[in-house]
Design a protein around this ligand. Structure first.
Ligand code: GDP
Length: 138
């Protein structure tokens, strides 16, 4: 099934000049970058994006991290794009991620794990609409 998913290169990835490396991995995987922009999120914007985690103990730290510097936001599309991008990223905790995955190779901690990817069709719909307008999501 052709899907869309939201990918983010988080502030730790942008700060360490990993944009090209990560985009190279996306493109060689066969996924298409359908829309892309670089922005610095406000704390409020990060809080809105991660609202499902608002009751978690790491919420203040996570939203502060996500707004500390620019991020790259992308809509990726392709066959099974949601799972495919999560497989390229690896597990949330870089220490537990499969060798060769982005988070295993570049993640610094369970929080500073370099990339984000939607985890289901419903979250992909919410997350792509959170950051991109209708024209970019066609
Ligand atoms: P994901 O779907 O793999 O990104 O994982 P989650 O939805 O569970 O968590 C969202 C983000 O919150 C993760 O990508 C991490 O940046 C951060 N995070 C998750 N678990 C923890 C944790 O236990 N401690 C801290 N500090 N951050 C976490």
């Amino acid at each position: 099934m052709i899907e869309q998913t939201l990918a983010i290169i988080k502030p730790d990835g942008v700060a360490r000049n990993l944009i090209g490396e990560i985009i190279h991995r996306i493109e060689t995987s066969g996924l298409k970058i359908q829309a892309m922009k670089m922005v610095q999120l406000s704390v409020k914007q990060a809080e809105g994006f991660y609202a499902v985690h608002r009751d978690k103990p790491f919420f203040p730290s996570l939203t502060s991290f996500m707004s500390e510097g620019p991020v790259v936001l992308m809509i990726l599309s392709g066959e099974n794009a949601i799972q495919k991008w999560r497989d390229l990223m690896g597990a949330t905790d870089p220490a537990k991620a499969v060798p060769g995955t982005i988070r295993r190779e570049f993640g610094q901690s369970i929080e500073r794990n370099t990339t984000h990817g939607s985890d289901a069709p419903e979250t992909a719909a919410f997350e792509t609409a959170y950051f991109f307008g209708g024209m970019e999501r066609l």
